[in-house]
Ligand binder design. Structure first.
Ligand code: ZN
Length: 215
């Protein structure tokens, strides 16, 4: 998102007897999302900070860009990232993609939670490019989330696009809202799982998957 039609340049004014730092506007002509940047500036003031001091002057801009990226999943669809990378395949053996790194924001505190996703499925005529599995994880991770919903959304998306015999998703994550505040359990790991189709119905399929994750 780029909202600047006319970049504001105060370089001339700054040489005109003013220090740029005295002015109420940024010298840098870059404007990304003025409304969001204004809100972040207000947060800084409310926290007792001076948004005009050197280290913070571009912070609203940076935070706006970072938040935009970290929530880009709202404007990305699974169909876009999969981009037809689904192939016909007659094998019906279990496919597992382990240790997919993900980073998300908890919707309760807007603090990061991050970890690894492990995904398995039993195809029924269709397989997906392995890198696309990670892209699908990102579509849902880059939103305000709770880990349980993230897990379910990944599983449901895979069911929808692959129509497989089954899908299994396991997420292991550390939550900054637990590590930095509150209970301060630095080493606790939250594990969630979503089982669909055969992985839900058939205990042997499920334990085969879980066994393969341990290797
Ligand atoms: Zn939280």
């Amino acid at each position: 998102m780029k909202l600047a039609d006319e970049p504001i340049s105060l370089v001339e004014t700054a040489f005109n007897g003013h220090y740029a730092g005295d002015l109420d506007v940024r010298v840098a002509d870059e404007v990304y999302d003025p409304y969001l940047e204004g809100l972040i500036e207000q947060i800084l003031v409310r926290l007792g900070e001076d948004p005009q001091r050197e280290g913070l002057r571009r912070t609203p801009l940076r935070v706006a860009k970072a938040l935009d990226f970290l929530t880009s999943g709202y404007t990305t669809s699974v169909a876009d990232v999969v981009n037809n990378a689904i192939f016909a395949e007659s094998s019906e053996e279990m496919i597992i993609v382990k240790d997919i790194e993900f980073y998300s924001l908890c919707e309760h505190h807007m603090l990061p939670f991050f970890g690894k996703a492990h995904i398995g499925y039993l195809p029924k005529g269709k397989v997906i490019g392995l890198s696309k599995v990670a892209r699908i994880v990102d579509v849902f991770a880059r939103r305000l989330q709770v880990q349980e919903r993230l897990t379910n959304q990944i599983a449901d998306a895979l069911v929808e696009i692959l129509e497989p015999q089954g899908v299994a998703v396991v997420l292991e994550a550390s939550h900054f809202c637990m590590m930095m505040r509150g209970v301060q359990k630095q080493n606790s790991m939250t594990v969630t799982s979503a089982m669909r189709g055969l992985f839900r119905r058939d205990a042997r399929t499920r334990s085969e998957f879980l066994e393969l994750l341990r290797r």
